[in-house]
Ligand binder design. Sequence first.
Ligand code: 5RP
Length: 219
Amino acid sequence: MNQLEMKKQAAKAALQYVKPDTIVGVGSGSTVNCFIEALGSMKDQIKGAVAASKASEELLQQQGIEVFSANEVSELDIYVDGADEVNPQKMMIKGGGAALTREKIVAALAKKFICIVDQSKQVDVLGSTFPLPVEVIPMARSQVARKLVALGGSPEYRESVVTDNGNVILDVHHFLIMSPMAMEKELNNVAGVVTNGIFALRPADVIIVGTPDGTKIVE
Ligand code: 5RP
């Protein structure tokens, strides 16, 4: 079974958490694209969705699913999103698709965060396989990069990427995150940082992992 098939499997399994007549929070990325396709089969049973990126918004609309803005809802029953890494405490690194800020905003509206991944995303320590994305206000790029170096990382400017919010991304390499909650807070306090890709203060509630032996659900 290849990686895409594992992603599809996890995405399909997430449908069991979608309740009728609700508005579903939807993240972004290739695994979420599989979820959006699967959600199309339930479009007449749900009220609609709130999307964490313009790309997801377009795909939802193509499936005939009504898209609401985050300002139109006070709470979501569930938020479904992928991750670049997930640890045993259900904390994640996200932002490989540069949508981390909107993902954190929509996740914060949800009662339950359902994370859908293939098995390659499971790690013991965050930062072991994937650089940490940090969304930065463009004028602060160099000073934030210096601060990230002082913290022990090797930031790299993600060339020609502008986020949906008009900002830039620094990917921090060689950055093992031993205390995810403390590091999430510390990075958010750096002037010029909009959001960092550590999702530890609000971890997932359910991890659905696609594996060659079937779907594994960790609640
Ligand atoms: C986008 C994200 C994605 O959820 C993450 O990059 C995983 O992507 P994929 O499902 O394509 O592996 O955080 O900002």
